[in-house]
Design a protein around this ligand. Sequence first.
Ligand SMILES: NC(=O)c1ccc[n+]([C@@H]2O[C@H](COP(=O)([O-])OP(=O)(O)OC[C@H]3O[C@@H](n4cnc5c(N)ncnc54)[C@H](O)[C@@H]3O)[C@@H](O)[C@H]2O)c1
Length: 264
Amino acid sequence: MARLEGKTAVVTGAADGIGFAISEAMAREGAHVFLGDIAADKGSKAADQLRAEGLNADFLHCDVSIEADIAGLIDAAVKKTGRLDVLVNNAAIAIGGMPVYEMSDEQWHRLIAVNLTSVFRGCKYALPHMIAQKSGSIINMASAQGHIGLDGWTAYAGAKGAVMSMSRQMAVEFGPHNIRVNSISPGTINTPMNEQVIEQLGPGLMQSWIGMHPIGRIGKPSEVAEAAVYLASDAAGFTTGIDLRVDGGLTAMPHFIPHNSKPV
Ligand SMILES: NC(=O)c1ccc[n+]([C@@H]2O[C@H](COP(=O)([O-])OP(=O)(O)OC[C@H]3O[C@@H](n4cnc5c(N)ncnc54)[C@H](O)[C@@H]3O)[C@@H](O)[C@H]2O)c1
């Protein structure tokens, strides 16, 4: 039996990258997926593609930095299916690659609006439905950069750290309502977001990224999607308040050479 049969899932930033991979994987596992994204053309094509496979998918334009758009996306899912089982707060943007003193206030506020305030709002509008239903799974997309430092990404890392601690907090607060809240921290994943970073910072970056992951490569969106399907499913019924690292060992690797690892 499909792992998400009969469930309703809302995914933000769903037109491309990890968000699309999650939407596709959840729909293939039987969920009715509501894809929200600021990119209307790409998003409706993504939902068309899933429907062409015979899956249940709807696209709604949603800019996660606009409160009414998030409320509207969640509302549409509940109106059409009568329930809300899964919320994946996935949309985010990468503004960084510069020291913090070169980041403008405008860039800071944009990043916080898209990467952090959106998570607060998604939860704010989803939780009342999940509380009434006495069940739900919220998955917030964090990042390896919430665990380790990387030159030039202070604001992004700050937002991801906050996403993780908010998820933990809500897991405690809403556990008694049978609502699970977890985050996922991907390592470097092959998506348009990273194509943009490579364009900005140069092609040599890819080799450094590969070298940062003990597994010897960067990750695939489908590998993050598998983790999200698990957290959304009843198989993860006792799993809440965790941050699931899908990072090829990136955050496990010491970034120094331990003294005793050298031959003497
Ligand atoms: N790619 C990685 O290496 C990586 C690593 C760690 C964490 N993440 C996180 O995973 C998530 C997905 O990243 P990705 O690499 O797939 O990104 P991506 O840029 O490839 O895709 C992001 C999607 O979000 C949409 N989006 C952007 N701004 C939006 C807004 N204001 N409202 C709604 N949708 C918006 C884009 O149109 C796009 O479809 C993000 O939270 C990101 O921070 C990614």
